[in-house]
Design a protein around this ligand. Structure first.
Ligand code: SF4
Ligand code: SF4
Length: 246
């Protein structure tokens, strides 16, 4: 029997699931190895038992937390798919605003499906076994995580910073152009995609395990950033001290 895998989404833009769907050729090969038993983007089928659940999005309402717990119960392995699921991503910026005010500002009123509590990463509600970081995820990394799980090996993420990949690709450093970059403290794995496209790193893959924050803060200060501006840089994708675990 093929391993049964499912894809689930909570609050997010669904860009990570689209990245999976864009792996058209690889997906066809994948279907020979696994059975996709649940994937709302492409099918209305569902399953009571799963081997691997890939879960996208943050948890922003009590009913979402309930549904996530139900997914946890029926799957052997649960993988957080993308920054919204992994760290609460950009959604976590809502922690700095009054939710009622925000709902009014964005939607002009109250609707039943709206965020009612500050966004949480999946790991703040249930146990998460593995994660695929990034906003959106990197398709190749998703495949390598799935491949590792299928052969019974724990998936590994790069432990070094993005600067390593950026230097290997011989890209010009954004600091030299007077722009701040979170590459020195951000986990590698995206092949410095944003830097190559002329942008800077905003840390969507999360921090490396032991970021040398103090020297990095000094570099940012040398760039003329105030403490508040430095915190703002980190907050885009790495808000600390979010909601408690249930
Ligand atoms: S991590 Fe980014 S691409 Fe993925 S669902 Fe969240 S906002 Fe969308
Ligand atoms: S552009 Fe960013 S990621 Fe690349 S070397 Fe400079 S600081 Fe590091």
């Amino acid at each position: 029997m093929k391993p049964r895998i499912g894809f689930f989404d909570f609050t997010g833009c669904e860009g990570c699931q689209l990245t999976v769907l864009n792996l058209e050729d690889e997906l066809l090969e994948l279907l020979e190895l696994v059975e996709i038993v649940e994937f709302r983007e492409v099918s209305s089928e569902s399953s009571e038992v799963l081997d691997i659940a890939f879960v996208e999005g943050s948890i922003c309402r009590p009913d979402e937390a309930e549904r996530l717990r139900a997914i946890r119960k029926k799957t052997t392995t649960l993988v957080a798919l993308g920054a919204c699921a992994d760290t609460a991503g950009v959604n976590a910026l809502c922690h700095f605003r009054d939710l009622k005010e925000l709902r009014q500002e964005v939607y002009g009123g109250e609707f039943p499906q709206m965020m009612t509590e500050p966004p949480r990463a999946l790991a703040e509600v249930v146990a998460v076994d593995y994660r695929v970081p990034g906003c959106p995820i990197d398709g190749r990394e998703f495949l390598s995580v799935l491949q590792a799980l299928l052969v019974g090996r724990p998936p590994e993420l790069p432990s070094y910073s993005l600067c390593v990949e950026c230097k290997l690709a011989e890209l010009p450093c954004t600091f030299e152009a007077g722009q701040v970059c979170l590459g020195p403290v951000t986990r590698a794995g995206c092949k410095a995609l944003c830097i190559e496209a002329g942008d800077r790193c905003r840390g969507c893959r999360g921090l490396i395990d032991n970021p040398r924050s103090d020297p990095y803060h000094r570099i940012l200060e040398e760039q003329g950033l105030s403490v508040e501006e430095i915190l703002q840089e980190f907050r885009t994708f790495n808000v600390e001290g979010r909601g408690k675990k249930d």
